[in-house]
Design a protein around this ligand. Structure first.
Ligand SMILES: Nc1ncnc2c1ncn2[C@@H]1O[C@H](COP(=O)(O)OP(=O)(O)OP(=O)(O)O)[C@@H](O)[C@H]1O
Ligand SMILES: [Mg+2]
Length: 261
């Protein structure tokens, strides 16, 4: 459903994306990893039509991502950023979620139905009339995700959307998105610095200095763990432990590790 073909992008003189090509199928969960400045957020800006490639093409469901199709493209996408504080517009949680739908011309009755549905999905029904401003970081992130879900996008992009949460909160939010993905079948692109969060993805994209260096299942990518270490990435927890104990870099799940120990 997403096709990126030979895409290049520069900020001024500096080329920050170099000949990036890939396709993503409807319903896939893609994790994107890579060092700071490797081009992850830029790539998402291009997919969302916020920036336009200097060379190459991007299509979503065969619609070109360019200025003349921007409305159709935005209707398909929901993006959750790292800092939810900048994302709230409503004075209550309920109004905030409704606001996004109003912009999309969703009918009044339908709007109320969806607000209740998505609040329940993210386990925040009790906060419906609260002010978003006074929620905790994790609660804000849940509301930001609920607001996106209410718009029923085909694609949800999480750009380090869990990075301000504690480990339990991160797992929690990702589980919420996972179960909703099973229900609604949307595509997820998840940019993250936490390698453990990538283990349940369908595929991992590894960015390095503006290039898409590697793609594959978690097992395929992490079996090439040495390459990841070389470009300054860490390994998932179980692999780090295995490496420390046995001096060997190979893909291993936590449960496999525990059986060994
Ligand atoms: N608005 C901008 N103007 C000029 N250069 C920019 C701009 N935004 C990003 N860059 C540069 O483009 C490169 C890629 O940045 P990008 O934000 O895509 O990286 P990233 O992989 O998302 O990094 P991080 O992990 O830190 O979020 C970096 O070298 C960055 O300095
Ligand atoms: Mg980024």
């Amino acid at each position: 459903m997403i096709e990126v073909k030979n895409v290049h992008f520069s900020y001024g003189e500096t080329e920050v994306l170099k000949d990036v090509s890939f396709t993503i199928e409807q319903g896939e969960w893609i994790s994107v990893v890579g060092h700071n400045g490797s081009g992850k957020s830029t790539l998402l800006k291009l997919i969302a039509g916020i920036e336009i490639p200097s060379k190459g093409t991007i299509t979503i469901n065969h619609i070109p991502v360019d200025e003349s199709h921007i409305y159709d493209i935005h209707k398909q996408l929901g993006i959750v950023f790292q800092n939810p504080d900048n994302q709230f517009v409503g004075t209550t949680v309920e109004m905030d979620i409704a606001f996004g739908m109003e912009n999309y011309g969703v009918e009044h009755d339908e709007m109320h139905k969806r607000v209740d549905e998505v609040l329940e999905a993210v386990n925040m029904t009790a906060f419906k009339t609260h002010e978003p401003h006074f929620l905790s970081g994790g609660q804000k992130q849940r509301i930001a995700i609920a607001g996106i879900l209410a718009l029923r996008p085909n694609i949800i992009i999480l750009d380090e959307a869990t990075s301000m949460l504690d480990p339990a909160g991160r797992v929690d939010i990702l589980n919420v998105v996972k179960s909703l993905q099973e229900k609604y079948g949307f595509t997820v692109i998840h940019i993250t610095h936490y390698l453990d969060e990538t283990l349940t993805s369908d595929r991992i994209f590894v960015m390095n200095q503006g290039e898409l260096m590697m793609t594959g299942t978690p097992e395929a990518v992490f079996n090439q763990g040495e390459k990841l270490i070389k470009i300054g990435l860490s390994l998932p927890f179980a692999m780090e432990v295995y490496y420390t104990l046995y001096g060997d870099v190979r893909f291993i799940s936590e449960s496999e590790l525990y059986q060994l120990l």
